[in-house]
Design a protein around this ligand. Structure first.
Ligand SMILES: Nc1ncnc2c1ncn2[C@@H]1O[C@H](COP(=O)(O)OP(=O)(O)OP(=O)(O)O)[C@@H](O)[C@H]1O
Ligand SMILES: [Mn+2]
Length: 538
């Protein structure tokens, strides 16, 4: 086998139907090796593997028929189109005989199912809402692309080290348009659906399957909503659906002893049987329990869309955050808002999460160098080390809601001599300020490994600005933001202290003032997007 792959062949599969500018689809044999199996399914085996020295997960499908091969190419085409931080990312594939393999970003076991039922992990309500919310965002992304996943369940959800969920297993995923075309074809050719049609369309895992799927109707986004609801309840209760057991090993036996497949199917379809809902005594907010019940409504039309789900979860999350960690700005927010129930539609999006998600993705890179310290003379042993104290106060002013945000990150990186603080003053709503308060420090950490402090600040500002605009456009396109001509923004000021140097950056009219021996010293110029030269803190 050739060691090198000609460049024109590296980004396409053997048939030429799968192409990607970014993902190599034809690898030299020497570039990868399979180490040991992680999971064996009926359709594929997943291995821990190495790809160009990196630890990855390799999925090797069982390819027994030409139909299996078609499915592999279909899945690969679909995966090549996806790019979202909430997914287990495809990083390469080998789509040529004799080896058909897909390589994914590696996630340390256990997956969410094993975490709940083998480790018997009991997440807090906050953690459940967080996971549900990230997952709903990912599913919303798929829905905008017209994709249904068709196998949402905890075993297909992988966790990163921050316990954020990444959706995996696109073995059954399809474009909604293709599901329709299958049905039309079948009706045309035989006048009624064939057995093959039933088999092809009735996929997924029984306990997570919506009644319409069990009735052999077509799968829609709302069938994914159903499986999502069952999964969130499972996370909340820790119990395998339709059993009262936490540990999976016995649960399967109990499930089989209690119901045959047909009995369970008919109970779910005709008698509205559902898993036992989490109890309010467990601390689950009633709004969360009602959301789960709406997700598993027998009528798909009555189930919320992922858009609705995200909106509900954001409201729940806000409530939880407000009560579990009151901060000056948060509590101010509550007292100012009182119990007004008016929610602006665009505020239903969780901009904090959006900003964080974005930088999380890139922060995975493992860096060792830190050029921020390069500008320091290492020979000067006795450099001045400032003693830091910090605090914040926020007040809402005359507005109805708080539109300003801030972050305080003393000792922001592994290097304890780096500290950062920032304030964002929201304009036309809090969206940009909420997004930036997570995005700017995220990007600062990221760029801190490649550029000088000044460049890192410039880059962090610019990148947050462009990313926020991109997010806005995406959500406007997906109709999560329906308000026309809405242009939220914010001004910003950030202070970055690296050892004994202070760097200040501002955009717009946020000001930083240094008090030097009681004398005010302006660090920023109002109205200009400016970066101040470094000031020695001594
Ligand atoms: N990227 C990954 N990193 C680490 N582990 C993974 C990864 N992808 C999959 N796994 C592990 O392998 C298991 C099976 O993966 P996946 O669901 O993609 O394959 P499958 O053959 O379709 O499985 P099944 O048929 O059982 O649903 C997952 O539950 C997870 O534990
Ligand atoms: Mn799976």
């Amino acid at each position: 086998m050739a060691l090198e792959v000609p460049p024109e062949e590296s980004n396409r599969c053997v048939r030429g139907c799968c192409r990607s500018a970014a993902i190599p689809l034809h690898l030299p044999a020497a570039s990868f090796s399979l180490i040991s199996p992680i999971a064996r399914g009926s359709e594929s085996t997943v291995y821990e593997a190495r790809l160009r020295g990196e630890r990855v997960a390799a999925k090797k499908p069982v390819l027994a028929t030409s139909d299996d091969l078609d499915k592999f190419h279909y899945q690969l085409q679909l995966l090549c189109e996806l790019d979202h931080p909430g997914l287990a990312k495809l990083i390469a594939a080998h789509a040529r005989p004799p080896n058909y393999l897909m390589f994914f970003e590696f996630f340390e076991p256990p997956n969410l199912a094993d975490k709940i039922h083998v480790e018997e992990w009991s997440p807090s309500i906050q953690q459940v809402v967080n996971i549900a919310s990230y997952l709903a965002n990912t599913l919303q992304y798929l829905q905008v692309l017209g994709i249904v996943h068709r196998d949402i369940k905890p075993a297909n959800i992988l966790l990163d080290k921050d316990l954020l969920p990444h959706l995996a297993d696109f073995g059954l995923a399809m474009y909604q348009k293709d599901i329709k075309s299958v049905s039309v074809e079948n009706w045309k050719s035989s006048g009624k659906p064939t057995g093959g049609f039933y088999k092809k369309n009735m996929v997924g895992t029984l306990i997570y399957m919506a009644p319409e799927i069990l009735r052999k109707d077509l799968h829609t986004e709302k069938s994914d909503v159903y499986s999502f609801g069952i999964s969130v309840n499972e996370l909340l209760t820790g119990v395998v659906p339709y059993t009262d057991l936490r540990a999976e090993a016995q649960a399967h036996t109990v499930l089989e002893m209690t119901y045959t497949e047909q009995q369970l199917t008919s109970a779910v379809v005709s008698q509205g049987l559902r898993p036992a809902l989490a109890l309010p005594e467990s601390g689950s907010p009633p709004s969360l329990l009602s959301l789960i019940q709406r997700c598993w409504d027998p009528d798909p039309e009555q189930r919320p869309s992922f858009e609705d789900i995200i909106q509900d979860l954001n409201a729940i999350q806000k409530h939880l955050v407000t009560y579990s960690c009151p901060s000056p700005s948060r509590s101010m927010n509550v007292s100012q808002e009182g119990n007004t129930e008016v929610h602006h539609y665009q505020e239903a999006l969780n901009w904090f999460n959006q900003g964080e998600l974005l930088t999380k993705k890139a922060n995975k890179l493992d860096h060792t160098v830190h050029p921020w310290f390069d500008s320091f003379d290492r020979s000067s042993v006795s450099i001045y080390r400032p003693t830091l104290s910090w605090g914040s106060f926020a007040t809402c002013g005359r507005r109805e809601t708080m539109e300003d945000t801030h972050f305080m990150l003393p000792c922001m990186s592994e290097e304890k001599d780096v500290h950062s603080f920032g304030i964002f003053d929201g304009h036309r709503g809090a969206a940009a300020a909420e997004f930036s308060v997570r995005a700017v420090p995220g990007f600062l950490k990221q760029f801190g490994h490649t550029t000088s402090p000044t460049d890192a600040l410039v880059e962090a500002f610019m990148k947050s600005d462009t990313s926020f605009r991109e997010e806005l456009i995406i959500h406007q396109k997906s109709k999560r933001i329906i308000q026309k001509d809405w242009h939220p923004g914010c001004t910003a000021v950030t202070a970055l202290i690296v050892r004994n140097k202070l760097f200040v950056a501002n955009a717009g009219d946020c000001r930083a003032i240094l008090s030097r021996a009681g004398k005010p010293f302006p660090m920023t110029r109002v109205g200009l997007n400016s970066l101040s030269p470094p000031y020695s803190t001594d």
